[in-house]
Ligand binder design. Structure first.
Ligand code: SAM
Length: 248
């Protein structure tokens, strides 16, 4: 049966590839990769040879047609991204939607995902969380988005790059308040893995004093807003009392 497999790859430590991921990659007729050079190096490391095509944000819709034609001929196709789980702040959504609509099976081969790894070790509430991914690159749009998120109760989870980590923490601090507790998870599964929790104000100070902490890849997790007590509008309460007095 032709299948499109969505295969997770490591987020730093190659030891995190699963044996099923290796089997599925080795058995693929076609590997659709975000960056074929990057994936080529991963496959070479594991002595896997495969035909590859690129699938990225700009060609995903055309590639979907090509991949569907391969599936119609009975091919086993794999989608991978540069790191972690495809479709999670990565290309693949349009492809998966089109392949499912064409009636083919899409099957996940799960593994690494940076935000799940970060959340699992952060010590922040993990029963409910809000995955936001990347914030807008420009500060104005970023502040606007953060303002919309400031009353959310679930743990807030963001992806951030070395270029914007400090600017984003500063915008978070101005929107959520410098006292809000947050955790920065840097370089997970790699040599300089650091998971550090403090108030946003303290995190900014810590990173400013130690610029090495601004290097690498980041997941930022912010404690959610306190659960609001059900506040009853005093005017509504007055009306309810008046109405209740009229009841027989
Ligand atoms: N698909 C990936 C996943 O499953 O997590 C995410 C891809 S997204 C383009 C890349 C972002 O994920 C980075 O900018 C960073 O925010 C986060 N990330 C990836 N690897 C990481 C790591 N080893 N440590 C911390 N964050 C990481």
């Amino acid at each position: 049966e032709p299948v499109l497999s969505i295969v997770a790859t490591p987020i730093g430590n190659l030891g995190d590839i699963s044996s099923r991921a290796l089997d599925v990659l080795a058995g693929a007729d076609l590997v659709a990769a975000e960056d074929t050079r990057h994936t080529g190096r991963l496959l070479a490391h594991f002595n896997i040879k495969a035909e590859m095509i690129s699938v990225h944000d700009h060609n995903e819709r055309q590639r979907a047609e090509l991949i569907i034609r391969h599936l119609q001929k009975g091919a086993q196709v794999v989608l991978v991204s540069d790191a972690g789980t495809p479709l999670i702040s990565d290309p693949g959504f349009h492809l998966v939607k089109a392949v499912r609509e064409a009636g083919f099976r899409v099957s996940p081969v799960p593994g690494c995902c940076a935000f799940v790894a970060a959340l699992s070790a952060s010590g922040l509430p993990s029963d409910r969380f809000f995955f936001e991914g990347f914030l807008p690159a420009k500060s104005g749009a970023r502040q606007q988005r953060l303002e919309q998120l400031k009353a959310e109760v679930p743990t807030l989870i963001f992806y951030e790059s070395t270029h914007r980590i400090l600017a984003s923490l500063e915008d978070m601090s101005s929107q959520f308040g410098a006292e809000r507790y947050a955790v920065v998870a840097r370089e997970l599964t790699k040599t300089f893995e650091t998971i550090h929790g403090a108030s946003l104000g303290e995190l900014i100070e810590w990173m400013t004093n130690d610029p090495m902490q601004q290097k690498g890849e980041f997941v930022v997790l912010v404690h959610g807003a306190p659960e609001k007590e059900a506040v009853i509008d005093p005017e509504a309460e007055r009306i309810v009392r008046l109405l209740a007095a009229e009841l027989p």
